[in-house]
Write a protein that binds this ligand. Structure first.
Ligand SMILES: CC(C)(COP(=O)(O)OP(=O)(O)OC[C@H]1O[C@@H](n2cnc3c(N)ncnc32)[C@H](O)[C@@H]1OP(=O)(O)O)[C@@H](O)C(=O)NCCC(=O)NCCS
Length: 188
C-alpha cells in the first residue's frame, strides 16, 4: 500500500503468516462490517502485523484515523450468542478521501480467513461509503509481486495507471516496483 507508514518508511509486502489465536478455521458464516474507530485501533494493529513487515501500532492507526477525510472499516465474524462466543476480527481497511478522490491506505485480512471474500467485502463497504460521499475515483499502490492483492483489486475493477520504480524497500534490501491502480466510481 502506501509507502509512508505512520511510523516511518514502509511496508509493501504481503507478509508474515502469524496465526491468530481466535481466527476462523473455516469460511465465516457471516462477515459483518463496522466502522473502524479508535476503540478498535489495537485490534487493527494486531491484524496489520499479520500482513506486513512494518509495524503500525494502535497509536499510529488512531493518528491515521484522525486525519480529516480518513475512515476505516473492520470486518468481523459475529460471535455465536448461544455459546457466548466473542466476535472474531477478520480484517480491516483504511481509506483517506480528499474531495472526490480516495486512496486505500491499507487493507489486510487475517491469514486463516484469506480467499474467503473478506477483502472483497471490505472494498465493497468502502465503495458504498465513498459513493455516498460523492467520491468518484479510488486509488491505491500495490507491490508488483503481490498476487493475492492484485487479484482482489483487478477483480474489483481497478486498472493500472502507473508504476513507481523501486518504490518499496524489503527487509532483505530488495527494492520492488509499485503499480498505481485506479477505479472509477460511475454514478448510478
Ligand atoms: C490482499 C488481501 C487483503 C486479499 O484479501 P482476501 O480476503 O483474501 O481476498 P478475497 O477472499 O476477497 O479474494 C478476492 C479475489 O482474490 C483472489 N485471491 C485472494 N487471495 C488469493 C491468493 N492467495 N491466490 C490467488 N487468488 C487469491 C480470490 O480468489 C478472489 O478472486 P475471485 O474474485 O476471482 O474469486 C489478503 O491477501 C491480505 O491481507 N494480504 C496481506 C496484506 C496485503 O498484501 N494487503 C494488500 C497490500 S496492497
Amino acid at each position: 500500500m502506501t509507502r509512508t507508514s505512520p511510523n516511518g518508511p514502509a511496508p509493501g509486502r504481503a507478509g508474515s503468516d502469524h496465526a491468530n489465536n481466535s481466527s476462523p478455521s473455516k469460511k465465516p458464516k457471516a462477515i459483518e462490517l463496522v466502522a473502524l474507530t479508535g476503540a478498535f485501533a489495537s485490534v487493527a494493529a494486531a491484524l496489520h502485523e499479520q500482513g506486513f513487515d512494518d509495524c503500525w501500532d494502535a497509536d499510529a492507526i488512531t493518528r491515521l484515523l484522525d486525519v480529516p477525510g480518513a475512515f476505516g472499516l473492520l470486518a468481523f465474524q459475529p460471535g455465536d450468542n448461544a455459546r457466548n462466543g466473542a466476535d472474531i476480527p477478520l480484517g480491516f481497511v483504511l481509506v483517506q478521501a480528499v474531495l472526490d478522490e480516495a486512496e486505500i491506505n491499507t487493507i489486510v485480512v487475517t491469514p486463516s480467513a484469506r480467499g474467503l471474500g473478506v477483502g472483497k467485502k471490505l472494498l465493497s463497504g468502502v465503495e458504498k461509503r465513498l459513493r455516498a460521499d460523492d467520491v468518484t475515483r479510488m486509488l491505491l499502490e500495490v507491490a508488483i509481486d503481490n498476487e493475492p492483492a492484485l487479484r482482489l483489486y483487478r477483480g474489483f475493477g481497478f486498472a493500472e495507471i502507473g508504476r513507481r520504480k523501486r518504490y518499496y524497500d524489503r527487509r532483505d534490501g530488495q527494492k520492488v516496483d509499485a503499480l498505481v491502480l485506479e477505479h472509477h466510481l460511475v454514478r448510478d
